[in-house]
Design a protein around this ligand. Structure first.
Ligand SMILES: [Zn+2]
Length: 865
């Protein structure tokens, strides 16, 4: 062991040794195994790690290492979410084939991950763009197709009229222009593939209850995204006999419907438009087509619309009500038609006021006040009782049993006017991409047979790699005639391959399952293995995946369960969403847009930061590290300056895992100093010859001196606290516990006691999950033969935690009258109370109350009478 802590040397040495040893290999599960599956969300191989990655992977690694020492069989794998647009853009910009670019990046990032000392089982590495993986993605698509869960229908795409190609949303800028040609992007309808996630909407919602190990806010986000609403479907008829079904969550306000509104795209609009209104309706529809959905549904927008000239009949009271079109009603949601109840819906209220349409009060708000529609300043959406509502008059408003909504649905069903309906905001998942670098959809289009699935024995449908990408002229795969032309597997006729590729979110919707059996080339995974390892016990990733990735992964799990491939309902038992990594960020308040951010590297004096161009003083804030702000700290730099162990310690110590973390060089330095101190403590101990015997040191609890008892209490308190903090993922306080133990060892003046040896050994063991390289080096210096990471996690001796006692002297009027034992941590108040109860006090006071009590903490009590 060197006297000096030299991280680069020991870190690379142990990384190589652990690889040889197969330390992080996943053990075979046996009947006795307790399994633990720890997983970080796998990265997109952009080419280099950023601090957010380092934080995510460090958190999961500490959990995995701790569980291994606790005796669990741990699965801790890593892979690559490797299809996607950046590789394709790089190919277009720089002429590097996407596969080459991707695999280069993977190699670089794998090397970085290994240098961070992350304990992955690299034998289980998976890469979604590799044929041995996407073969099974395609196979899954076929199972979805056969189960009726994959289908084709027309949907709008972003069309670049200059380059004649479809663009991804990310390739369209904020002004709606193509990233490449700069042309204004148009919407075009194309036949595209969808997965029927809506068939699982009810389960995806109901099973959120099973996810008690997930953050509340993620559950809420999923719930809102699924967006269940309970209401009624009611059919309105037009005067000409057309049917206009609507879905409403407020069927109790049907008597207050005074007009109807259709989406401008509604298929009946042309039929319903009277000749007098034709010009106005046409113009309005053209205007609406140019607006985005987000713009159309903005709440604060002034309401616009046009009357069609037609009327409908309100089925509950036979009133004649006008039919309008307005862009705040969307075709893709519900039926594309609404009944408007302006008195009790704010958007309808604003619309009615704008166009002078009647407003009819059907809910009487409590405590008087508003008695007629004229008094309303805004729609009344609160409680009250129904009025002007025929058979429902007097019923209290609400969604509960016996309240207005349920009673209205029951009445509509009785009368045959409507029926209960549960709607979801969730829509089917559009998975077609008119892009090259993705998993090919295994479908063949035959002029005779229509859509024909590629036979399973012909999988994978290989993605051709020798393709030149220009970003122009349509889908890249469609241009490869040799690849596209194929015989129909059903009839043998000339047919064409599907040229769309799959959304990369499909590749990441099942990767966590494949890790249970990643090299299987005969089936997607063995059922017994996937059932044994899953669900993932701890999943760790960014909050940005709270909705889509997690929802899709849950959907896939449920479909695979229904296909009989696995037998659990939910893929991730516990979820941790780690906070962002922020850094000091400089901006010039006199500049705007991207230019206002001044990269940290250009700021000469952090104490007087100035714009390098203008010399103006800069403002400083903490913001999430990003390229655009130039405030990132490169993990490579930290590795080079301090080593992986310090980087890990800092990231874990600086903030609890779910909170944002502010990067601070001084605190990094602080962790480096702490590790140096531990190094020196162990070095000094070993130099005195304390090594090997510390591993065997037996502490005879019965015959310890007070100093030994005190130190032993500190050692076992550290075991208890660090263990509990690790269970709760409170890594920052766990590291504080390690610091306390190190301090206690430094202050104890008993370096030759077996208790000291026990303390040194414990410190090294407790350090192992956090600073794995240093702990290994110190363990070996102590004479350990096997790896420190194969040692059992220490357990504490409850008896050692019990506080020692002190002897308190009792005086009466300054004279020594006796003594008693009190706990070593006794408070002055408690000491006084015990003194008054003591035998000496009872005997000498004889019932008198002392005039004054003088307490010398932990030593003496003088009772003055
Ligand atoms: Zn055919």
């Amino acid at each position: 062991m060197d006297a000096r802590y030299n991280p680069p040397a020991i870190e690379s040495k142990w990384q190589a040794h652990w690889r040889e040893l197969g330390l992080d290999r996943t053990p075979e599960l046996t009947a006795e195994s307790r399994k633990f599956y720890a997983l970080s969300m796998f990265p997109y191989p952009s080419g280099s790690l950023h601090m957010g990655h380092v934080r995510n992977y460090t958190i999961t690694d500490v959990i995995a290492r701790h569980k291994r020492m606790q005796g669990y069989a741990v699965l801790h794998p890593m892979g690559w979410d490797a299809f996607g647009l950046p590789a394709e853009n790089a190919a277009i910009d720089r002429g590097i084939p996407p596969a080459k670019w991707t695999y280069q990046n993977i190699a670089q990032m794998r090397d970085q991950l290994q240098r961070l000392g992350l304990s992955y089982d690299w034998e289980r590495e998976i890469t979604t763009c590799a044929p041995d993986y996407y073969k099974w993605t395609q196979w899954l698509f076929l199972q979805f197709f056969k189960a009726g869960l994959a289908y084709q229908k027309e949907a709008p795409v972003n069309w670049d009229p200059v380059d004649q190609t479809v663009l991804a949303n990310e390739q369209v800028d904020a002004e709606g222009r193509s990233w490449r040609s700069g042309a204004l992007v148009e919407k075009r309808l194309l036949k595209q593939w969808f997965l029927k996630i809506t068939a699982y909407a009810d389960q995806l919602l109901a099973d959120l209850e099973k996810l008690s190990g997930w953050p509340e806010r993620v559950l809420t986000m999923q719930e809102n995204w699924i967006g269940q609403s309970v209401g009624a479907r009611v059919v309105f008829k037009t005067e000409t006999g057309e049917e206009l079904p609507v879905f409403t969550t407020r069927p109790d306000t049907l008597w207050g419907a005074t007009f109807m509104v259709l989406a401008p795209e509604h298929p009946l609009v042309e039929k319903l438009t009277t000749p007098e209104q034709e010009v106005a309706v046409k113009a309005y529809r053209a205007e609406a087509a140019a607006r985005s959905e987000i713009e159309r549904s903005a709440e604060d927008r002034e309401k616009t619309g046009v009357w069609t000239g037609s009327y409908a009949i309100n089925p509950v009271n036979q009133e004649r009500i006008p039919i309008w079109i307005a862009d705040y009603v969307l075709m893709g949601y519900g039926t594309g038609a609404i009944m408007a109840v302006p008195a009790h819906d704010q958007r309808d209220f604003e619309f009615a006021r704008q166009f002078g349409l009647p407003i009819k009060l059907v809910v009487q708000p409590p405590q008087g006040g508003v008695t007629s529609a004229e008094d309303l300043q805004a729609a009344w959406t609160g409680e009250g009782v129904l009025i002007n509502s025929g058979p429902l008059d007097g019923i209290p408003v609400g969604k509960g049993p016996g309240q207005s909504v349920e009673r209205a649905i029951a009445w509509l069903e009785e009368q045959g006017l409507g029926e209960r309906q549960v709607n979801y905001r969730l829509r089917d998942w559009l998975i077609s991409r008119q892009r090259y670098w993705g998993c090919p959809i295994p479908i063949i289009h035959c002029p005779h047979c229509g859509i024909v699935p590629v036979p399973e024995e012909d999988l994978p449908v290989l993605l051709p790699e020798d393709v030149e990408l220009t970003g122009r002229g349509g889908s890249p795969l469609a241009q490869l005639e040799d690849w596209v032309k194929v015989k129909c597997p059903a009839c043998g006729a000339d047919a064409r391959r599907e040229t769309d590729t799959m959304d990369t979110f499909i590749c990441s919707s099942w990767y966590f399952l494949r890790f249970s059996d990643p090299r299987n080339d005969r089936e997607i995974f063995r059922k017994d293995l996937v059932n044994a390892w899953l669900p993932v016990d701890q999943y760790v990733g960014g909050i940005e995946h709270a909705i889509l990735h997690l929802l899709y992964a849950r959907f896939f799990t449920k479909v695979l369960r229904d296909l009989g491939l696995l037998n659990f309902d939910e893929p991730f038992s516990r979820l941790l969403t780690q906070g962002m990594v922020q850094a000091r960020t400089y901006y010039n308040p006199n500049k705007s847009g991207k230019d206002r951010w001044i990269p940290t590297a250009l700021v000469k004096d952090p104490n007087d930061p100035r714009d390098p161009e203008t010399g103006e003083p800069l403002q400083v804030i903490y913001a999430t590290m990003s390229k655009s702000k130039g405030n990132g700290v490169d993990p490579e730099e930290v590795l080079a300056n301090y080593g992986a162990d310090t980087a890990r310690m800092f990231i874990l110590f600086k903030a609890p895992p779910e909170k944002d973390l502010e990067w601070d060089d001084a605190d990094v330095e602080g962790q480096f100093r702490f590790l140096n101190r531990v190094w020196r403590q162990v070095y000094d101990f070993v130099s005195r010859g304390g090594g090997t015997e510390s591993l065997q040191a037996k502490v005879e609890a019965g015959s310890l001196t007070k100093a030994e008892r005190d130190l032993r209490r500190a050692v076992h308190t550290a075991i208890k606290e660090v263990s509990e903090d690790l269970e709760e993922y409170q890594f920052n306080t766990a590291i504080a516990g390690l610091m306390k133990l190190s301090n206690a060892l430094a202050e104890a003046e008993i370096p030759d006691s077996p208790v000291y040896a026990e303390g040194i050994r414990t410190l090294v063991l407790l350090l192992a999950p956090f600073a794995p390289h240093m702990a290994e080096e110190l363990w070996q210096a102590l004479g350990g033969t096997d790896s420190v990471h194969r040692q059992a996690w220490p357990t504490y001796d409850p008896a050692a935690l019990v506080a020692d006692t002190v002897t308190i002297v009792v005086q009466v009027n300054g004279k020594l009258r006796g003594s008693f034992e009190a706990p070593a941590d006794v408070t002055p108040q408690e000491q006084e109370r015990l003194a008054l109860q003591s035998e000496a006090a009872q005997r000498y006071l004889q019932g008198m109350t002392p005039k004054r009590v003088i307490v010398v903490p932990k030593k003496l009590v003088n009772l003055v009478v």
